[in-house]
Design a protein around this ligand. Structure first.
Ligand SMILES: Cc1cc2nc3c(=O)[nH]c(=O)nc-3n(C[C@H](O)[C@H](O)[C@H](O)COP(=O)(O)OP(=O)(O)OC[C@H]3O[C@@H](n4cnc5c(N)ncnc54)[C@H](O)[C@@H]3O)c2cc1C
Length: 449
């Protein structure tokens, strides 16, 4: 099959390799993998370990290896096979979701699960077992991986699926790149007849209203909420509940135009302060003038509003940003979310990208997958060393008290005891780790063990 994908994503990856939060920053040697056979051949005399990486869209250090070797997979970006009867697409692991959409949408197919950016690789999406707005109806990305190939540093190749090498399949989905290099995978796409989404946006005030809307939208495929974490009093936890389904009315399935806007400079550290973020939150809430707005919308602004401006993370300045994402199980989801939102509002540390969502019951196939049934909240904080880290630790401890856990893909600050309490299965998982592969995240959260 001719390769219909562009290679521009591959050329975006250059030294120094940064994660999306731009914190921490480490030196590492970049070793591009062009062919599936490059690993482990390229790594014969390596010191300080290695880590496969994709687009570096993880926020913290799961995609970093201080003074080590990063095996950059983005040039391994060929589509291998597509079956239009079943929707099964086999592609190399460095293909991005943007490339898959460019191929699939004109043929009447869509991703089964999509994160908030399409600039992530297939391998990265599997290794973090990512989730999307349809977690409650579709589970995680890994639920749609029919099989994958895992290559280990001893040269062995393994086909992994729910029935073949199932323990390595489970360890590799959500396996943080530590079980081997995923060279290719087969993904189950879903049929669509239109690019359009039947969208509805509904204002809510408080967590009770959010939960009511969540219950009412049980059968709606995609749901997600933006929540104002800066307001207190009457406006505490106000937000906009956004829901949508793929339109069933046949329409033109043309490919998406390429994005043109790039955030042009490093913003000064003071650009995002409590006042500017609070103003943004008020404006965003009132942008939706009516309590309920119904619209037909293209999938790009619905799924990827942030992709419109490439490199928007520069807005946070050189110090970068810290993400914090928890899931708290239903038993304590409401009280935990209210308590954490109060703590964030009290801190005065701004976050305007605050996303609230209910996870569904579908079990994640990965041994170390993050999602479980309950409420998840994702927050961004500009890094202010004396304030952001103490707040983060308080929030992480509260998450633990409420029986929740944090998402490694978004993390740069949880401690080893916190990680080990969030993921008590980590030692069992460690048995499947490839001895050559490690990450700064893994070194950090398993130290002293
Ligand atoms: C704006 C934005 C929105 C986001 N929204 C969401 C969201 O809604 N839901 C969600 O779950 N996540 C979300 N994320 C996080 C993102 O989806 C994940 O971090 C994703 O894994 C990044 O993929 P990547 O290709 O950039 O991989 P990287 O960040 O480079 O690497 C991620 C992990 O995958 C491993 N890896 C990469 N390639 C391979 C391979 N070939 N073989 C083995 N291991 C490999 C790496 O070792 C690392 O552990 C978002 C990120 C951004 C920037």
């Amino acid at each position: 099959m001719p390769d219909p994908t562009a290679t521009e994503e591959a050329s975006q990856v250059q030294a120094p390799f940064e994660s999306w939060g731009r914190y921490p920053t480490y030196g590492a040697k970049l070793l591009p993998l062009h062919w599936q056979s490059d690993f482990p051949a390229l790594t014969a005399d390596l010191h300080n370990g290695a880590l496969p990486v994709g687009m570096g869209r993880s926020y913290g250090d799961v995609c970093l290896l201080k003074d080590g070797n990063l095996l950059v997979t983005t040039a391994m970006n060929r589509l291998i096979n597509f079956d239009a009867e079943t929707g099964l697409l086999t592609a190399e692991a460095g293909v991005t979701l943007a490339q898959i959409l460019d191929f699939a949408v004109p043929r009447g197919f869509f991703l089964p699960v999509s994160p908030g950016t399409k600039y992530v690789t297939l391998g990265g999406a599997i290794a973090n077992d990512i989730h999307g707005k349809n977690h409650h109806t579709a589970g995680t990305f890994g639920c749609h991986i029919a099989q994958l190939e895992l290559v280990r540093s001893d040269g062995s190749h393994m086909i992994c699926s729910p029935t073949e090498n199932p323990e390595f399949y489970s360890a590799t989905i959500g396996g943080l790149g530590l079980t081997g290099v995923i060279t290719w995978a087969t993904l189950r796409l879903k049929p669509i007849v239109s690019r359009k989404i039947d969208y509805e946006g509904i204002q809510f005030h408080g967590i009770d209203e959010f939960l009511d809307l969540t219950n009412q939208a049980h059968d709606v495929e995609y749901t997600v909420s933006w929540v104002d974490v800066t307001s207190t009093g009457r406006n505490f936890a106000r937000g906009v509940f956004m829901q949508g389904d793929h339109s069933t009315k046949k329409d033109d399935l043309k490919p998406s135009p390429k994005p043109k806007l790039v955030f042009p400079f490093e913003a000064p550290g003071f650009a995002l302060n409590a006042l500017s973020v609070s103003l943004f939150n008020t404006a965003f809430f009132h942008k939706q003038i009516h309590k309920r707005v119904v619209a037909v919308q293209d999938y790009e602004p619905f799924f990827y509003p942030l992709d419109k401006v490439l490199r928007w993370n520069r807005m946070y300045g050189k110090r970068g940003l810290l993400q914090f994402q928890y899931v708290i199980p239903w038993e304590h989801a409401k009280e935990g979310t209210i308590a954490i939102l109060h703590e964030v509002a009290k801190s005065g540390l701004a976050s305007f990208l605050a996303v609230l969502k209910a996870f569904g019951d579908a079990p994640s196939p990965g041994m170390m997958s993050f999602p479980k049934p309950g409420i998840t909240l994702a927050l961004d904080f500009p890094i202010k060393p004396d304030k952001s880290f103490p707040l983060f630790q308080r929030l992480a401890d509260m998450t633990l008290e409420f029986g929740g856990r944090l998402y490694p893909a978004k993390d740069a600050a949880m401690t080893a005891p916190q990680f080990q309490a969030f993921y008590p299965q980590w030692q069992h998982f460690a048995q499947y780790r490839d001895p050559l592969l490690t990450s700064s995240f893994w070194e950090r959260v398993t130290q002293n063990s």
